[in-house]
Design a protein around this ligand. Sequence first.
Ligand code: GLN
Length: 391
Amino acid sequence: MSSHSHVCDRLAVFGETVFATWSRLAAQHGAVNLGQGFPDFDGPPEAIDAAHHAMRAGHNQYAPMPGVPALRDAIAADLHAQGGWQVDANTDITVTAGCTEAIAASMLGLLNPGDEVIVFEPYYDSYPATIAMAGGVMRTVTTRPPGFGIDLDAVRAAVSPRTRVILLNTPHNPTGHVATMAELRGLADLAVKHDLVVIADEVYDHMVYDGVHVSMATLPGMWSRTITLKSFAKTFSMTGWKIGWAVAPPHLTAAVRAAHQFLAYAIATPLQHGAAAAIALGTDYYSQLQQDYLARRDMLCDALHAAGFGVHPPEGTYFVMCDHTPFGFETSEAFCTHLVEDIGVAAIPPGSFYADPADGRDLVRFAFCKTMPVLEEAAARLSRLQVAAGR
Ligand code: GLN
């Protein structure tokens, strides 16, 4: 058998995910890793204790395909307590291997070949890959600084007879934009008018600093056409547990489960028990999380500004997009290479979040899901950047 790459054409175009590349470079150069978004601190000890306990209590076989009942009940109770949702834990919730699997399961479960998905760019890099796996076609609508707001006219223009899905991420990775009521209403109107499904990726919903997060599913007429995706990893700071969930009415849940049963089938049983214990912590936990991230956001944004970046302060998420052009580099890859090799900080060049990487050439993404001493060390290193002559 020949040794050239056997990656299929559908996926070869995506190459290696940018997160793997830059985390490897961060390790190689001993850099402070503000690239890939994962916390450098642990989630709630209650979750870890409950997962231990579940292992010792013999919860070590396959979970039910849609998720452990205790976790789905906790999710349903939390949706009710936090947002007044009335969901049926049996028919409306599917636990997945992180939100990444929920995205893939939604695409694979919903799309027929040639179906179109409207995606806002810059986008999370698994969106185009999973649309391609499903044989779908991505139509992009670009959002731009400052603000990275949604141009509803551009969305209207992107709708075609083949459009099946609008994929909305709010709060938005990587831009930090939190969808406004006007944007949500505009998208909801289009979804109703053209009979579209909205996949609402809301994994950063507890990290909002300006504006208010509103779930698309709560708008009039939208519950019946929305799949809402949430993430234990983001909210409870344990990305390695790989637990997320999809919330949708039974006719859409059927699509998610049709794919999920053959992708992951079921998710790690004891960890689902741990996740249920974390969710039971409730409102005090969420407000502490928000306050901690607000302080980290302000600290890193100030440091980036002081270092000479053009900062686009995020309304939500744990990412901040910056303009690196004051430092005189042509592309974000060139800038990030200098940053990781010579300054000792890793960031993400957002080229792979755009259909045309040149659209992200001036931008760089930093993650601030790190402890304050680590952010302070990053700030000290960033202060060594030299603004290019003549700027
Ligand atoms: N969601 C994380 C980020 O945007 C990374 C997840 C991953 O590595 N696939 O940085």
